[in-house]
Each structure stands twice: as C-alpha cells, then as structure tokens.
Write a protein that binds this ligand. Structure first.
Ligand SMILES: Cc1ncc(COP(=O)(O)O)c(C=O)c1O
Length: 393
C-alpha cells in the first residue's frame, strides 16, 4: 500500500470480506450476523507485509528456519521510533503469542499454589493461564468512576501484592480501554518492588493510543531493570494474529533465563518462518498503514459514542485499544443473555462481558476496527434492537 494517506484510507475503508475463509471472527457467526467481537480487524493488511510473505512463498522450500539477532533490528528500531524505548538484542526473546508468554511467565516465575495478581475485569486468558497452571488468582478490581473511566485501586493493590509472586498487568487495558498514565504505572512498578513481586505487562495493544496520547512502555520506567518483563507483538497492531508470533522484552538476565529455560522444558518454540518474516516487515514498513488504521478507529469511536449513548447504553470511550467497553446493565439482562439478544434481534455479535470475568457482568465489548460504514450499520442495528427492551434504571 504505497499510496498517499487519503488513498490508503480509501483502500482501508473498502474493508476485506473474510466470511468463507475459515475466519474465526466471521465464520463462527450465522449468515447475516455482523461480527463485531474478537480483536481482529476487517482491513486489508499493509502492502509491505503482504509483499514480504509473497516473496517467501515464491521460494519452494519450507524447512526449519533460523532466527538471528539481526532479525530483531526492525523491532528495536520500531520501539525506539514509536515508543522512545531503547532495547538491545539480548533483552528480547520470542514466543508464539502473548497468551503463551503470560502462561510461560506464570510457569517460570511462580510455583503451584502461589498467588498471581490480576486487575479485573480483564481479558479472559489472564484468568485461564493462572488457573490452568494451578496457581491462585488474586484480584485487584479496577474501579468504575463517575467520570466514565476505570481507574486502578492502588491502595488495594498494595494489599493484594503482599505475599504474591507475580502481577500480570494489562496495559493498555482490555476490555476497559484505559491507557494507563505514567504516574499510575510508576506506582505499580514501585509497589511490585516493595513487595518483591515479578511484574509482567501484556502490552499487545500498545500501538492504539488515540487522541494524540502516548502509551507508556513499562520498561521505560525507573526500577524496571529487574523483575519486569514486557510482552509485545506485531500481530495485534498489524492484524496478523493468524501467523502467531510475539516477543518478550526483559532487561533482567536472570528472569529472562528462567523464562527461556521453561520454554525449552515445556517444548514451546518461537513460531514459524512466515511469522518472523511478517513481523520484520510489519515493524519495518507498517507505520503509515497503522496511522491510517488509527485514524479510522478514532472516527468510528467518535461517531459511535453519541448514538450508543442516545440509545441508553453507557459507553467507556476507548483510549488505547480498538475495542469499546459498553455497559448494558440498565436493560436488566446478563451479559450472555444480552449477547444472545443482540445476535437474534440486531444480527450483531459482540463479546459478552462474561469473557472478562464476573466483574464485567452486564457489559459487552464492541470492535471498532472495521470500515466506518460497517461499524455504523452495526451500531444502528444495536440501537434499534435495544428499543425492544424495557430499561430498568
Ligand atoms: C490483552 C490481550 N492479550 C493477548 C491477546 C492475544 O495474544 P496472542 O494472540 O498473541 O496470544 C489479546 C487478543 O486480543 C489481548 O487482547
């Protein structure tokens, strides 16, 4: 996609039809139902990534690949250019996905029965990776404020970290959409230091800070030379999740060694040849595409908010992800009931709040990463359908 930005936006606004391509987002929905759920975009990918993949496909050999330190040059340059974060090759290792990295961290840094803290509601696999490994979930609930934003309860975090081994942080936060401020993140780091708790930040959404704001990488904060890791991936930013790849950034040699050793023990590897090629191309050539995508997401969000509010749906404007958290509690249905209701009556599928733990009961999550006319069509279907429901509050 070598066009100038207006042409690029036009191309992206045409969208890409994914139904009928064994696509989880669309092909698990009945015909006629619009998929506005899983965090996957409906835009054609950046030309630079597609070209790199096609070039490799033309070579008819698919044996074991190798990964050299120089393969991370584009990631290092990208993080310096876009996030002001300086990294060295020794501080990086790769996994097949961010959820794999979280599970690996739990395995490597804690023992069965030990406490792992999460800030709820949160992306479902945060619960799963702790339960699946026989560790104990400790919740530090986020607080819903009158201003329509979610905040961390740092006083409670101070309590919950006592006796814990690991904090899994989601930054920016999925599903609340919060872009955490530097001061808040620094306090989280300081509390982890105080309690000698490992901190592993899932920063998969780090490239979607909107409104001219900046995401703050955890490793840019003071005190993160030890005990802290940052999980990143080109897959969410550039919509190549089907290729499965991610990186863990960690300045603490001992902590990194523990995780790398555990990877070997668990038989995990770094992903496939195509994933590495696409990741390199994304970080080297994708900036312009990503800017154009972000401008569409922002437009979609700003057009959607007043319509949803007018329909009586409480909205938490997304600040750092392309997903919007919606509060449907006024309609008196559970999240799962609301999900079914919307599929049946609006022909739109959103994520049920139940995907984010019990604290998201009554909430839903809406995906805005699609052409504007698709998003507006979905919103209008939702707003019309909720008119059938009686408001309880
Ligand atoms: C916060 C968060 N972490 C991790 C993932 C998934 O990462 P991966 O596909 O690399 O395992 C997602 C996907 O939406 C996510 O929202």
């Amino acid at each position: 996609m070598s066009e100038t930005k207006p042409d690029l936006i036009k191309t992206l606004q045409s969208g890409i039809v994914r139904r009928g391509t064994d696509c989880e987002k669309w092909d698990t929905c009945e015909e006629g139902v619009m998929a506005m759920w899983v965090a996957d975009m409906d835009f054609p990918i950046a030309d630079g990534i597609q070209a790199a993949i096609e070039q490799r496909v033309a070579h008819h050999a698919w044996g074991y690949p190798m990964h050299r330190p120089e393969d991370d040059d584009s990631l290092i340059a990208y993080y310096l250019r876009n996030h002001g974060l300086s990294l060295s090759h020794e501080e990086i290792f790769h996994t097949r996905g961010v959820v794999d990295s979280l599970q690996l961290a739990v395995h490597a840094l804690t023992a069965p029965g030990e406490k792992v803290v999460i800030q709820t509601p949160v992306y479902g696999p945060f619960f799963r990776v702790i339960r699946a490994t026989g560790r104990q979930i400790v919740e530090n609930p986020l607080i819903e404020t009158e201003s329509g934003r979610w905040e961390m309860d740092l006083q409670d975090l101070d309590k919950q970290l006592c006796g814990a081994k690991l904090l899994l942080l989601c930054s920016p936060h999925n599903p609340t959409g919060r872009l955490w401020e530097k001061e808040t993140l620094q306090k989280v780091v300081d509390l982890c230091k105080k309690h000698e708790v490992y901190l592993v930040a899932d920063e998969i959404h780090c490239d979607f800070a909107l409104d001219g704001k900046k995401h703050v990488p955890i490793l840019s904060l003071s005190g993160t030379e030890t005990g802290v890791a940052q999980c990143v991936s080109a897959t969410k930013s550039f919509n190549i999740a089907g290729l499965a790849q991610s990186a863990v950034l960690c300045r603490d040699r001992e902590m990194k060694a523990k995780m790398v050793e555990k990877m070997g023990e668990l038989g995990l590897n770094e992903g496939n040849v195509m994933a590495l090629i696409a990741t390199k191309a994304a970080y080297a050539t994708g900036d312009c595409w990503l800017q154009a995508v972000k401008s569409i997401i922002r437009t979609n969000r700003d057009l959607a908010i007043p319509k949803l509010r007018e329909a009586g749906i409480k909205v938490y404007p997304n600040e750092g992800i392309y997903l919007m958290f919606l509060d449907f509690r006024a309609f008196g249905l559970s999240s799962d009931e609301m999900c079914d209701f919307l599929i049946k009556n609006a022909k739109v599928r959103l994520n049920s709040g139940s995907d984010y733990g019990p604290r998201a009961e009554g909430f839903m999550r809406l995906n805005l990463a699609a052409p504007t006319d698709w998003v507006l069509k979905g919103i209008s279907r939702i707003c019309n359908a909720v008119k059938m429901l009686e408001r309880k509050a």
